[in-house]
Ligand binder design. Structure first.
Ligand code: F6R
Length: 241
C-alpha cells in the first residue's frame, strides 16, 4: 500500500484529484468506481475546477458507484444519485448514460442486485476505484460481518453507520435502514484503489484496518491484499501510527 501523507483535508482532496485526473488523461475512456460521503466532496470539487479550466474531459469516462440507499428516489436529496449529480455529474461533461448506481427504487433486493451485477459485468473492472472509510471499517456499505461479501447485495446498515449518516438527514429516524452495495470481490477487482481518509476520528480505524489483522470484522482490512492501493490521508487520520 502506498501512503500519501497530506497536510489537511484540502491537501488530501487535491492529491486525490490529481490521481483521478491522471487516470482520465492517460485513459480518457476509463472506468471510474466512485464513492459518496463527506470525504470525497473536496476531491470532486477540485476535479470540477480543473474541468472548468479546460484541463479535464469526462466525455468518454464511464462510472460505477459503490452504493445506494434502498428506498430513496433519485430526486431525494439524500440519495447517492442526487449526491453524484450535485457534486460531479451535473457539473462536468460526463454522459449521464455512462454513469451507473444501484437502483434504490427497486423494492426487490434480488432484482436490484442482479441488475447491478449485470451492469458491473458489462462495464468491466474499474481502472480506478475511489473509496472512503467508515468508522467501523466499512467500504462501500460492506459492514463488519462473518464473511467478506462477493458481489452486489442488500445490507442492513449497522447502528454505527446509521448514527454516522444521520448528520445528512433531519432526524436519525429518516436514515434508511438498508442499502444496496457493491461487494468486496468486485471492489477488489479494480485495477487500482484510491482510498481517501480525513480527520482524527478516523485515526483508530486507519490503524486497525491497515496495520491490524485481515478480518471481515474490519472489511477495509482486505485492502492489504490488493496489489495497487494508494491511501491518501491527512495528518490527523494518520496520527495513530
Ligand atoms: C459511500 C461509501 C461509504 C463512505 C464511508 C465514509 O459511497 O461507500 O463507505 O465512504 O461511510 O463516509 P464519510 O466520507 O462521510 O466519512
Amino acid at each position: 500500500m502506498k501512503i500519501c501523507r497530506a497536510k489537511d483535508y484540502n491537501d488530501m482532496s487535491r492529491k486525490a484529484a490529481n490521481i483521478i485526473s491522471a487516470q482520465i488523461i492517460l485513459k480518457p475512456n476509463c472506468v471510474l468506481g466512485l464513492a459518496t460521503g463527506s470525504t470525497p466532496i473536496g476531491t470532486y470539487k477540485q476535479l470540477v475546477e480543473w474541468y472548468e479550466k479546460g484541463d479535464l474531459d469526462f466525455s468518454e469516462v464511464m462510472t460505477v458507484n459503490l452504493d445506494e440507499y434502498k428506498g430513496l428516489t433519485r430526486e431525494n436529496p439524500q440519495s447517492y444519485y442526487y449526491f453524484m449529480n450535485e457534486h460531479l455529474f451535473g457539473k462536468v461533461n460526463i454522459d449521464k448514460h455512462r454513469t451507473f448506481l444501484p437502483d434504490g427504487t427497486e423494492p426487490d433486493s434480488a432484482t436490484a442486485c442482479e441488475n447491478y451485477n449485470e451492469i458491473l459485468r458489462a462495464v468491466g473492472e474499474p481502472d480506478l476505484q475511489l473509496l472512503g472509510l467508515g468508522h467501523n471499517g466499512h467500504i462501500g456499505f460492506n459492514e463488519p460481518g462473518e464473511i467478506f461479501s462477493t458481489e452486489t447485495h442488500c445490507i442492513d446498515l449497522s447502528e454505527q453507520t446509521i448514527k454516522a449518516n444521520a448528520r445528512f438527514f433531519e432526524t436519525e429516524a429518516e436514515v434508511p435502514r438498508q442499502a444496496y452495495t457493491m461487494g468486496i470481490k468486485t471492489i477488489m477487482s479494480a485495477r487500482r484503489i484510491l482510498l481517501v481518509v480525513s480527520g482524527e476520528d478516523k485515526a483508530d480505524i486507519v490503524k486497525t484496518a491497515f496495520f491490524g489483522p485481515i478480518t471481515p470484522q474490519v472489511p477495509a482490512s482486505i485492502l492489504q491484499l490488493h496489489r495497487n492501493v494508494t491511501l491518501v490521508a491527512d495528518e490527523a487520520a494518520l496520527s495513530k501510527f
